[in-house]
Design a protein around this ligand. Structure first.
Ligand SMILES: Nc1nc2c(c(=O)[nH]1)N[C@H]1C(S)=C(S)[C@@H](COP(=O)(O)O)O[C@H]1N2
Ligand SMILES: [Mo]
Length: 447
């Protein structure tokens, strides 16, 4: 068993459970609490003395606790004009996307990671969806936006956003996983945090127009069998995909979780290819060309291919294989109490629905079935949970998903047997977390 070599910045050590407070807020709390309850409780205030590791408990204000009426019950709160666009509580300020500065030379061609260990349910809030850009995130005025469709079509056309919004919309929940998610972990445990090992994923409800509807407008010629989607950003990123996918479940999406796309996720229009690698979900999409063969673009030849041991490379590996991970406990979420604890996590499959998730506390020797709370949707993140009892012993936590095609998530040893150790993309191996005797959790590799 080998452990991680180093933790990236912003790991468990800096993720205090209570968010940072501003000094002004602190003073107000002290004053408010003093007025409201100090006399009744006769207590000194604990708001300024936070003990590391038990921040939430240490920072509780005793005068706010029952049977006292807390200070906020004595004063008017914010008015309705205070937050025209609402933000999370200031005590959740640690729940943010994070990047790893040494991973990439610039921040424009880079990636940040979704804090999946801090999320609840299967929907990712828009502001926490990881970002992956090849040339930075442009800021587009939708009035200037156009989508052009050309190539082997009867009627080449250019659509404005107004045109796109006139078609009947569909809304569907789907995960987007970058093929490079967990890519650092091929040769051994590397990054000590689930945000970094598995955070290149998000899951939102997309609203948009089925690509099929738009293709019906232009009329694909009988010899049109391949499509090429091209981004309007500085990278001009483009990818080929077969017509069958376009006619099956592809969406041109303009909204996520009920509001228009965020600029960083492709505003005003992006391609959604459910279950397929995130790289193909072209953002700021400016053009779709119809052809009779793939384009063999940079992103499907030099990148997003997997070099095998025999020197050949896999390519056009579009579907994301079934994968799962425990998001608590995890390096950022140690086990704090002895007794019954909850294991929670996420599972998904690019081929359909999650059928079962199994969890192990002994490194994969024994497995028990986890609960899958509703809903279990196809090509969508699925939550799982299960109990485990802990009395201060070392535990090796794992999860394993089975999808509705019968595919079982492999161990890293099994994956390396067929794929070697040169890959970056498509690592869907079972993740192991070591819980040590003090309840801390570490990313480890078994075998
Ligand atoms: N135009 C364009 N589309 C793009 C990219 C890009 O850099 N430019 N990055 C791709 C990659 S590699 C991924 S993983 C996803 C990331 O989508 P997100 O930023 O919404 O998470 O967008 C894809 N689409
Ligand atoms: Mo990606």
């Amino acid at each position: 068993m080998t452990g991680t070599k180093g933790a990236p910045p912003g790991d468990a050590a800096t993720n205090s459970r209570a968010g940072p407070r501003s000094e002004g807020r602190r003073r107000f709390l002290r004053a408010g609490a003093g007025l409201a309850g100090a006399a009744a409780a006769g207590a000194t205030l604990g708001v300024s003395g936070g003990r590391a590791g038990a921040a939430m408990a240490a920072e509780a204000d005793p005068t706010a606790l029952p049977p006292n009426v807390p200070w906020w019950g004595h004063y008017l709160g914010d008015g309705v004009e205070a937050h025209p666009y609402g933000k999370p509580s200031e005590y959740e300020a640690h729940v943010v996307r994070r990047n790893v500065p040494w991973l990439t030379a610039t921040t424009e061609s880079s990636v940040n990671f979704t804090p999946i260990h801090e999320l609840h349910g299967f929907v990712t809030p828009n502001g926490l969806c990881f970002e992956r850009h090849h040339g930075g995130a442009p800021s587009l005025n939708p009035a200037d936006y156009r989508l052009m469709i050309n190539g082997l079509v009867d009627r080449p056309m250019i659509f404005s956003m107004e045109d796109i919004l006139r078609f009947p919309p569909v809304s569907r929940f789907h995960f987007l996983e970058c093929a490079a998610n967990s890519g650092m972990e091929w040769r051994g445990a590397q990054l000590n945090g689930v945000q970094y090992t598995h955070g290149m994923i998000h899951c939102v409800q997309y609203t948009g127009v089925p690509l099929k509807v738009i293709l019906d407008q232009v009329g694909v010629k009988p010899n049109g069998t391949w499509l090429m989607a091209e981004g309007g950003d500085a990278s001009g990123m483009n990818r080929s995909f077969p017509l069958e996918k376009a006619l099956d479940d592809a969406i041109l999406a303009y909204a996520m979780n009920g509001e228009m796309l965020r600029p960083e996720n492709g505003y005003p229009l992006r391609l959604v290819l459910p279950g397929w690698e995130g790289n193909m979900w072209v953002k700021w999409i400016r053009r779709i060309e119809v052809g009779d063969q793939p384009w063999f673009a940079r992103e499907e030849t030099s990148k997003y291919t997997d070099l095998l041991d025999n020197g050949k490379a896999r390519y056009f590996t579009w579907e994301m294989d079934a994968k799962s991970v425990i998001t608590g406990p995890c390096p950022e979420k140690p086990v704090l109490r002895k007794g019954i604890n909850q294991i929670k996590g996420l599972a998904w499959s690019g081929r359909g629905r999650v059928k079962e998730v199994h969890v192990s506390t002994d490194g994969g020797r024994n497995w028990m079935q986890a609960r899958l709370p509703d809903p279990v949707l196809p090509k969508c993140l699925t939550c799982f949970n299960a109990e485990f009892e802990w009395h201060g012993e070392e535990v090796l936590l794992q999860s394993r998903v089975v999808d509705d095609t019968g595919y079982v998530q492999p161990t890293m040893a099994a994956l390396q047997k067929v794929r070697g150790v040169n890959s970056i993309y498509h690592n869907n191996a079972i993740q192991t977390w070591l819980v040590n005797q003090t309840g801390e959790v570490e990313n480890v590799r078994l075998g």
